[in-house]
Design a protein around this ligand. Structure first.
Ligand code: X2X
Length: 348
């Protein structure tokens, strides 16, 4: 068919003419980059890094190498400054990421929901937030903030550790120097407990623990074990389940738009599947009858303290003003609905 015959053929004909043009201008294999950089804070020794690598491998296989993603752990694309990760993804310095809600909360204030002390407290409570309507709403907020959210992972419930003595009561934290993560809510929380918190990156935390510049920190048990924090004087762990940080798989918007719809679907489905595997790895040895992770840490010569419900309640009461202050910043309506979801998970 020559051009004139096509024009005469009307609408169907012009669509046929236009279609190849759109494909050449938009997503096609030629416009794909040779490598897409995936940012994480920790590498494949940790469930978090494994969760990113599983995603990368699935995508490579399912796109026959069209989409070649590579892991950059240690937030190395932004020199370890994890609180800048979200902005860097938005700007395209980072193509894709599996990032913690904590590290992105300076840019997306609603992500502090997960850092509200003692909001969720167990896996069922956390699932009621992440896997339900609240989680969907949070992903929409993340999308509005300028990146493409694809699925959930989990860093885990964060436990408090230190080099001095077992912590059972808020008083036990008085004057202890803690490294805290990059959202100001953690400063407020540790200050409320009478401790002396300093905000620093994960990269800076390890030398600070090694030198004794700080005496304690808080992180999930898998981070504790894989980073061998017992070798950095962390001899006391208290299981208090005060917050858990979910992880979110995301893509830079321009990168996302440069892919064909089929490839986008492959990347999204792979993120959801990798996320399920990652969450299972994060909870391994820490849920149901399998508490082997705690035994493993004790076997390293670490004292692990489990709080009774009353002991936990004492921490919760002490930190209530911080909870209330941050509820306003996050959005009272969102927090109230999150509390209702968690309460329903307890009755279930
Ligand atoms: O910095 C931390 O403590 C870590 C590794 O858990 C996060 O990136 C939130």
């Amino acid at each position: 068919m020559d051009r004139r015959t096509l024009l005469k053929a009307g609408v169907a004909g012009s669509a046929a003419l236009a279609a190849p043009f759109v494909i050449t201008r938009g997503a096609n294999a030629q416009s794909y980059k040779s490598e897409y950089r995936v940012s994480t804070v920790v590498g494949t020794a940790f469930p978090w890094g494994k969760g990113a690598q599983i995603w990368i491998d699935k995508v490579r296989e399912r796109t026959q190498g069209r989409i070649n993603m590579k892991l950059y752990p240690g937030v190395s694309l932004i020199n370890g400054d994890q609180t800048r990760e979200f902005s860097a993804i938005r700007q395209g310095v980072i193509d894709l990421a599996l990032g913690s809600t904590i590290n992105w909360s300076p840019q997306v204030r609603q992500l502090n929901l997960f850092s509200l002390p003692f909001l969720s407290q167990d896996h069922a409570g956390l699932d009621s937030l992440v896997q339900g309507e609240i989680g969907d709403e949070i992903l929409k907020i993340v999308e509005k903030a300028g990146v493409v959210p694809l699925g959930w992972g989990e860093n885990g419930f964060r436990q408090v550790t230190n080099s001095r003595h077992a912590i059972r009561r808020p008083e036990d934290m008085k004057g202890l120097k803690f490294r805290v993560v990059g959202s100001p809510i953690f400063n407020d929380t540790f200050t409320a407990f009478g401790a002396n918190p300093t905000q620093m990156s994960w990269a800076d935390a390890q030398p600070a623990l090694a030198s004794g510049a700080v005496e304690g920190q808080e992180n999930p048990m898998h981070i504790f074990a894989a980073a061998k924090l017992h070798t950095l004087s962390q001899r006391f762990v208290t299981l208090w389940d005060y917050v858990a940080d979910p992880l979110i798989y995301v893509a830079n918007r321009e990168v996302w738009n440069s892919w064909t719809p089929e490839d986008r679907e492959i990347v999204r489905a792979a993120a959801v599947e990798a996320g399920k595997e990652e969450i299972a790895l994060t909870r391994k040895g820490l849920s149901g009858d399998d508490r082997s992770m705690i035994k493993d840490v004790e076997a390293l010569g670490v004292t692990v303290t489990e709080l009774t419900p009353d002991e936990k309640a004492a921490f919760q009461k002490t930190v209530k003003p911080v909870y209330d202050k941050w509820t306003k910043q996050i959005g009272t309506d969102l927090v109230k609905r999150a509390e209702a979801a968690v309460a329903a998970s307890r009755k279930a």
